[in-house]
Design a protein around this ligand. Sequence first.
Ligand code: GDG
Length: 495
Amino acid sequence: MARVFIISNRVAVPDPERGVHAGGLEVALKSTLKRHECVWLGWSGEVKPAGQTQTKTITTGGVTYIVTDLSEEDYEEYYNGFANRVLWPILHYRLDLAEFTRRDLSGYLRVNEHFAAELDKVLEPDDIVWVHDYHLVPLAKELRQRGRHNRIGFFLHIPMPPAEILTAMPNHEKLVPALLHYDLVGFQTDGDAQNFARYLATECGMPAHIPRRIGVHDRTMRIGTFPVGIETREFTRRAERAARSSFVREVRDSVAGALMLGVDRLDYSKGITLRLDAYERFLVANPNWHGEVTYAQITPRSRSSIHEYAQMEHEIDTAAGHINGTYGDLSWTPLRYTNKPYTRTALAGLYRAARVGIVTPLRDGMNLVAKEYVAAQDPANPGVLILSRFAGAAAEFGDALIVNPYDPEAVGSAIRRALEMPLDERIQRHGNLYRALLDSDIRFWGDRFLSSLTGYDMTSAALPASRPKAVVTPTTAPPSMRPATPTEPVAPALR
Ligand code: GDG
């Protein structure tokens, strides 16, 4: 049977010594890793001086991992440079934050060539290749240039902006059309897929209607929508258990009034500064809620070595201090803000304890926090999700309180509405949201993508039950509910 090669920037190799917490991509791929013979290739996370980089192969839990180090130059130009300073901001509609240099672009192309060369050493003609995310746009082109005719698919986890934004990226014409070398290009939402199709129409002379199949050379390239989900029922069970833990009860008992919760990687796309502004407006407009609500914001740091991230951290620290200094008193802290990461189980319990989940990114491919919050709720007494219209999840979650994150007064009003929503309305909205969650359950996501890529029903290609299971959870003691220690990797570190 054909093997499935998964290629991503970072690879989550299970490490029983350290106790692994599933990151976003690993959670998404868990079922694929279990059901197919998989090889996962990508960066090891190690940065070494030039000439000392290595590529290692590790087989554990029935999955083969091929991990390759980056040189200091690669790390600076490919990862910190072109991926995080050009593609990340531009694909999140933030042209103002993009810092393009030719040097970074050539570093990006060099690392893609290197990944392709590593893959070329081990790929068999009938292997299926599934490439993930913006770090690896030109990978299929590199493989085709090496004479590879394998089925190769690409999934973009983050947004695809309109052509007017993409075309502002210097050298976009060298990069974006490279996606035509894939057999299938998948997006989170129809809007993203349409933006890509329109780029192909205006920039590459493809048919002007929204095409789903495009003839390219001797192949057909297809565009598809595959919204990422979560393991809904597993997460609900995890939240039920965690809500009874002493950690969650201690937190719950220590906060005044209703709990509102935000969980975001420290990233400008997540809209945290504007959200704090909205909370302040809510506090100003609703003095009757003073002392009756506590907003907890969990914001693990990411990409701190990039200037914009350090600056944003400073702005958020200042805004948080201002809110507590101005509106709090010795017996009430309106905002609890932390940069500590928590375990997945702790988060699940905190979501369930929160009357309001607030998710207001300025732009987000999907946003799994919104999905996790809904999955974690008690259906008999559920909390309310406030969700940005600019998160991919909004396409499936019409029953959340949908807000414009750029309008802090409207978000402030939504906070009040969420806190005051009657039980029957909360139950009805939650029921609809939960049904939407089950429809996009992550168990089917990988099979849907792979079936579409290969033209075969990949659900029936599942491996025999006797095969050793992939290790994706700690094999040591159950994870602590306390904040993760620096040796406990959590999802944000993988991005
Ligand atoms: C990209 C796209 C798309 C957060 N804090 C902690 C922690 N997390 C977990 C959350 C969630 C994940 O990290 C974050 O996922 P998001 O989807 O919200 O955001 P990105 O990291 O930006 O992910 C996004 C996603 O890819 C998948 O396609 O939805 O749009 O930007 O699972 O729970 N996990 C732990 N401790 C924390 O403190 N353990």
